[in-house]
Structure formats: C-alpha cells, structure tokens
Write a protein that binds this ligand. Structure first.
Ligand code: ADP
Ligand code: MG
Ligand code: ZN
Length: 557
C-alpha cells in the first residue's frame, strides 16, 4: 500500500490548475483518493460522465508514469492532444507513430518525463515492452473501455483478455478499469478477467431524469411519428432507423411533409455526412434521420427528442442513443415505436453474425430490449435495473404518467383459458386467438376447431385485445408458454380458480385500443383488421422460441 494520503487541497488544486474545472463531479474525488492511496478501482459511469480525470489526476499526483490502455488510436490521440493542451506531458505509443517518434516516446518513458502514456493492449503485453516497464516507475495502470475485456461487451477485443496478467506482473501498481456500458454479466467478466474482484466498485448515475421515455406500439409509424413531431415543431431531434434504405425513405417522406430533415448513414460520403452534422449543429436542419452511425462525438446540447423508428438491438444502444437528447438538462423525449415485425427483422440481422457465441449473446440482449419495450412497469426502472441501479417508479415515463387502464377481465380470461384447454393445450397464441374470434382459417377447418364450444365466443374483441390479454395471463402466471414446444400455451394450476369462476381478474387494457376501436369501426368490419399474417407469426413464434432457447431464459417473464 502506498501510504501517501491524498490531501483534498492537492486534488482540488490539480483539478483547477491543470484542467481548469471548479469542482469534482460525483464519485470523481473518491475514486481519485483511492487510487492515489494505491488501491484499485472499477468505474462504471455513463459516457461523458468524466471517467478520464479519475486516472489522469492520480497519475499526476503519484510518482511515475500512468499507463493508459485504450482500444482505439483515435481515442488515444484525442486524449493526448487534450492533455498536452493543458500542459501535461502525455504521449501515445501505437502503430501510427513513425519509427523516429516511437523511439522518442520510449526515450521519454525511460527518462521519467512522461505523466501519461497511452497504449494499445497488444503492444503493452508484448514481452519486450513488459521488460522495459520493469525498470520504470509506474503510477497506475488504467484500462479504459474495459467492456472490451468481455465477450458480453458489445465491443469484444481478444487482446484485452490478457490484461489480467498485469495483476501478477505489477502487483504493487494500482489498477483502474473504466467503462460506460456494462450489464451485470459484462461487469462480472471484467472483474474476473482483470483480476479486480477485490477492487472498489463505483457504479454511478445512469439516470437521465429529464428524458421522458415512452413506447408506442407501432401500427402506422409515419402518422404516429407525425403526431409526435407536431408537439416538437422547430425543435432539434434525431430519428434512428434500422437501415440506410429506411433512413432514406423516411427522410424523403418527412421532407415532403415540410420538415427540415436530412439523412445520415455510413453510405454517404464523408463530405455529405460532415455537412449534415454541421447543419444540424447550426440549427439549419431540425431533424436528422440516421442509422446508428450518427451520434458518436456529436455534442449538441439542445436535442429535444430522439425517436427510435425501429427497434434497437440492445439496451446499451438504446441508452446511448436516447442519451443524446437533453444534454442541457431541459426536458427531452425518447420515443420508441415498437412493432412485432421489427423483432423478426432485427433478429435476422443479429443472426447473420458469423460468430455463434456472439450471436447467442446478442440474441439474449435483443430479448432484454424487447422485454423493456413490452414492459408494463416503469421504463426507467427496467432501464436502470439493467445497469444495476434500483429505483422506484420514476414519474416521467409513459407507464408512470399514464398507467395502463385496467378492466374486469374475469370473463374474458375464462374464455381464453377454456379455449386453450379446448384446443388441447397444443397451440400458440395466434391459433387460440383465431379460434376465440371465430376466424375462418385453413388450419381451423382442417383441425375441425370450428366445431369447438369456444369457437367464436370472443368475436366481440379484436385480435390485439385478445393477444394482449393472453400475454398478460402469461405474465401473471395463469398460462405458460411452452418454449420447448413451439411456444404452445398450457394452463397452470393458477388457472383453475379463474376457470371455475372463483377468482376475479383485473388486467390492463392494451395500449393500442384506440387503434383497435378505429379499425373495428372501419367499413369492412372485422375483416379490415385482417387475419394475422400467417408467415409472419410463424416466424415470430420461432423467434420467441429460439430467443428463449439460446438465452437459456424464458422470454417475457
Ligand atoms: P467519459 O470518459 O466518462 O465519457 P470524459 O472523461 O471524456 O468522459 O469527460 C467528459 C467531459 O466532461 C470532458 O469534456 C471533461 O473534460 C469534462 N469533465 C470531466 N470532469 C469534469 C469536472 N469535474 N468538471 C467539469 N467538467 C468535467
Ligand atoms: Mg472515456
Ligand atoms: Zn417511470
């Protein structure tokens, strides 16, 4: 243990004189004090939270050079430039250096003039480099973007896996691992791989209280979007869509309707992208319609809304992207349009990956994102819980502001449960809904299910209403979706008192009931709603089953 106590004055002075800031942000001081005292730490803090200072200041205050492991040459360069501008002696050592410059950096390293050295993991772990470090005083070792250590991180880098050896190579040197994105699995992995199980963990403030999260079931996305935009006239916003094609189509549609919108995706030239970014920053454009390519490094404080026109692949992306709204702390909105067809599409995208282990993990993450979209409890609660924070209802999300209306579902539940029973507990949601509504499908005729006593007893309700009800019966434990067997519905013992009429049930009305009503009143009546798209639902069923199989957890429970 290094006995040097960190005097608050020294910390404040360094913060003020070197970096020009008045005060520490939450957790920074504590982390810095621990490192200065020679203890190791793990820091989970959102992007922009101020992680860099947590190792930069201790590197200045402790004797020796601070070694910073960073995955990207561009990140190293940005940081080193910023440090040099503040008068800190910093350098990076990577493949972008000329042989001369590389020699110069090594000379600086050996002479002890460097405060901070940024380096890529594979360079650091080379035997000759480790040999060099044996003769050098090291202030600390920082592992930035530490999620790269884990297969579970979205950005796995095999070179990071060796960094655990640092613990035995430099047992006296405090280490600090930092990341902005780490779900519980990734976090455990980081601590294990880096041998930081004993380190103090600092998990801080992921909440963005000024952002209002809401999810709308996607049925007519363009008009839903227009309704939303009507409340955000002349405000700056970002709309994320899944593919370049969708981005371009939506941009054209918005443009036609008179919005000042422009497209941004990786298929555009660098000049075009720079132009869009610039116009957006200068408020010449209100809306950027973009793929995930947009946003990194864009610091526009007054983005008032972020819309996900399509489903994001995981909660990390959703959090990062929605986090671009309301950086100025003023009210901002995050809207997700969630449609079942998107689930299939995103799934196919995820599946097209060539590393089976990655695919398995990404499917699990997609599953978690879907659970957030389908949640009936506070969105923020689900979101923050993902990052390991616990809160009560937030009061600023669609579900808190407008809790789902409930209705006496006793009779409907009995109908649904007995229909599940009548079809022999051998069919999924779609077929049960078809039987309830008295649909005329090939399958129903072939199976003779139009002869069942439950055939058509639910023709007064839309398919949306029925599938919502059945999904809730699953959530509440009256039905079980047998994911091992094509997601067929089975009754649980809890269903019995409901079936016998001994138990009353209050359930939530589906969010899309306006739509259901509107469509039922359409001229062609029930037919207007249309039978479920057979092929789509077949794919959906498979999707849910394999999501569950591969993630090893039942979906939506
Ligand atoms: P992270 O690595 O967590 O994404 P950075 O370390 O890059 O975040 O910091 C984000 C921004 O916040 C930088 O511009 C940084 O200079 C600034 N910053 C960090 N700490 C403070 C502070 N105590 N006071 C003011 N600004 C700070
Ligand atoms: Mg950082
Ligand atoms: Zn809430």
């Amino acid at each position: 243990m290094n006995p040097t106590p960190a005097s608050p004055d020294r910390l404040d002075q360094t913060l003020n004189r070197v970096f020009g800031y008045r005060q520490f942000r939450p957790h920074q001081r504590q982390i810095i004090e621990q490192l200065v005292a020679g203890q190791s730490a793990f820091v989970l803090m959102p992007t922009g939270g101020g992680k860099s200072l947590c190792y930069q200041i201790p590197a200045l205050l402790r004797p020796g050079v601070g070694i910073v492991i960073s995955p990207l040459i561009s990140l190293m360069k940005d940081q080193v430039d910023a440090l040099r501008a503040n008068g800190v002696t910093a350098a990076f050592y990577n493949s972008s250096l000329s042989p001369d410059n590389a020699r110069q950096v090594l000379a600086q390293l050996h002479s002890g003039e460097l405060d901070l050295l940024y380096i890529a993991p594979e360079r650091l772990m080379r035997a000759d480099f480790i040999e060099r470090l044996r003769d050098i005083e090291i202030a600390l070792i920082a592992i930035d973007e530490a999620h790269c250590v884990s297969q579970w991180g979205h950005d796995f880098r095999p070179e990071y896996a060796q960094l655990g050896e640092l613990e035995t190579l430099f047992p006296q040197v405090p280490r600090i691992a930092l990341t902005a994105t780490a779900d519980p699995q990734t976090r455990k992995d980081i601590l294990r791989v880096l041998k930081l199980e004993q380190a103090a963990c600092h998990i801080t403030g992921f909440d963005r209280p000024n952002i209002r999260y809401s999810v709308l079931e996607k049925h007519n996305p363009l008009s839903q979007l227009q309704q939303f935009l009507a409340n955000h006239a002349d405000e700056a916003g970002i709309i994320y869509a899944l593919s370049r094609k969708r981005v371009e189509r939506l941009t054209a549609q918005l443009y036609e309707k008179g919005f000042r919108a422009a497209a941004y995706h990786a298929g555009l030239s660098a000049e075009q992208r720079a132009w869009v970014q610039d116009q957006f920053l200068r408020d010449e454009i209100d809306i950027v319609v973009a793929t995930v390519a947009f946003g990194m490094g864009i610091d526009k404080p007054d983005v008032r809304f972020v819309v996900h026109y399509d489903l994001p692949k995981n909660i990390e992306s959703y959090y990062q992207e929605t986090g671009r709204a309301g950086r100025d702390g003023l009210p901002a909105e995050a809207l997700l349009l969630f449609g079942t067809q998107d689930m299939v599409l995103v799934r196919q995208l995820v599946e097209s990956g060539d590393n089976p282990e990655r695919v398995r993990i990404e499917l699990h993450k997609l599953n978690t994102m879907i659970a957030l979209a389908e949640s009936v409890t506070c969105r923020r609660q689900v979101l923050l819980n993902y990052f390991g924070e616990q809160i009560e209802g937030c009061g600023n999300c669609d579900l808190c502001l407008d809790p789902p209306e409930t209705f006496d579902a006793t009779e409907d539940a009995r109908k649904a449960l007995s229909c599940v029973y009548r079809v022999g507990q051998a069919f999924g949601i779609r077929h049960v809904v078809d039987v309830l509504r008295g649909a005329d499908t090939e399958r129903i005729r072939r199976l003779g299910h139009d002869q069942l006593s439950t055939y058509g007893i639910g023709s007064d309700k839309s398919e949306i209403e029925w599938s919502s009800l059945i999904r809730q019966l699953i959530h509440h434990g009256y039905l079980l979706q047998d994911i091992e067997h094509y997601s067929v519905l089975r009754l649980t013992p809890e269903a019995r008192p409901v079936l016998r009429g001994e138990k009353q049930l209050q359930l939530a009305l589906p969010r899309t009931r306006e739509k259901a009503k509107r469509k039922t009143r359409a001229p062609r009546g029930a037919a207007e709603i249309g039978p479920y798209d057979e092929a789509l639902f077949e794919r959906l069923r498979k999707l849910r089953k394999s999501l569950a199989d591969e993630a090893g957890v039942p979906p939506y429970v």
